[in-house]
Design a protein around this ligand. Structure first.
Ligand SMILES: C[S@@+](CC[C@H](N)C(=O)[O-])C[C@H]1O[C@@H](n2cnc3c(N)ncnc32)[C@H](O)[C@@H]1O
Length: 299
């Protein structure tokens, strides 16, 4: 090919290429600007959502990932033998936790899986009546949340709560320290939270102030057989053993007993007390474990 023709062709090719590159660059710049503003908007909304579910003011975040929820659902499903209902209840329980902690006074105690596990599983185990006893309530928010979950399954809970409500959380063997919420452990606080439980929870809940081992407390609370008993008061070996002995007398046939923090290495006495109790003469049988809660059913 003659040299002048060749250089003309090369120049034309270079021009066409430069035009393409320029157009491509303009497109890329546009895409980059769009991506930057999308990222900014996402950062803003994720920051706002984080404010709703991070650990500030409660000490523990409420941001489970998919793996955590999936393993929670599998644990619940193993107890209730229904994976679809386990997933539905775990999801609804999670929404309740976020809503109640956002609006309530104080906090729920424990990790997200443990709280949602208890809330999701209890209604699915179909307790034989609507009477619920919570031994150790702290701010009363768990009872409020459980009432909501029971109501969803058609049961209007009748609550009895036993707790010294002594201003702060009492736990034998641990040093007393200010709660991360800054909220006092008091009856007015518990009542404020129980109102969030809806139905007759807030208005009619019976609060028996004192220790579960106190004979007067026991006499007041022992006027009925409970369909559900949450054991979450004194976490020492002796304390849990004493509560389980009392539970034998006041749980309804078919009733569900939830032993909180069972298997939690921080509260070894809980699991040890359960093992000792179940090895003796008892109406209770373990029906499963979800996170760090053991579920027992009474004969
Ligand atoms: C771990 S907190 C309860 C948390 C609550 N159930 C929840 O899920 O948010 C334990 C509560 O039990 C109370 N407590 C300690 N010893 C008790 C006892 N012998 N009888 C009843 N409550 C007790 C503590 O003061 C505290 O308020």
């Amino acid at each position: 090919m003659p040299a002048p023709l060749r250089s003309r062709l090369v120049r034309r090719a270079q021009k066409a290429l430069t035009g393409d590159v320029r157009r491509e660059l303009t497109t890329l710049r546009g895409e980059l600007t769009a991506a930057q503003s999308e990222l900014k908007a996402m950062r803003r909304s994720s920051y706002a959502l984080k404010l709703l579910v991070d650990s500030t003011g409660r000490g523990i975040h409420r941001m489970p990932d998919a793996a955590q929820m999936n393993s929670l659902v599998a644990e619940i499903a193993a107890v209730v033998e229904n994976e679809a209902l386990a997933r539905r209840n775990a999801t609804v329980a999670y929404r309740n936790v976020v809503a109640l902690e956002a609006l309530g006074v104080g906090r729920l105690a424990g990790g997200t899986s443990n709280i949602c596990g208890k809330l999701a599983t209890v209604p699915l185990l179909k307790p034989p009546n609507a009477d619920i006893l919570e031994i150790g309530t702290l701010y009363g928010m768990f009872s409020a949340a459980l009432s909501r979950m029971m109501h969803r399954s058609g049961v209007e809970a009748r609550l009895t709560i036993v707790d010294p409500l002594a201003g702060s959380q009492l736990q034998p063997g641990t040093t007393e320290r200010a709660d991360v919420t800054g909220t006092p452990v008091r009856e007015d606080v518990v009542r404020a939270n129980l109102l969030l439980g809806g139905g007759r929870t807030g208005a009619e809940a019976r609060i028996v102030q004192g220790f579960s081992g106190d004979p007067d407390v026991r006499a007041q609370a022992a006027d009925r057989e409970y369909g559900v008993i949450i054991v979450d008061g004194d976490h020492s070996f002796e304390g849990v053993l004493a509560d389980l002995e009392w539970v034998e007398e006041i749980v309804a046939p078919g009733g569900i007993v939830v032993l909180d923090d069972c298997g939690d290495p921080n509260w070894a006495g809980v699991g040890e007390a359960m093992e000792k109790h179940l090895a003796g003469d008892t109406r209770l049988k373990k029906v499963g474990q979800v996170a760090t809660s053991a579920f027992l059913r009474a004969r």
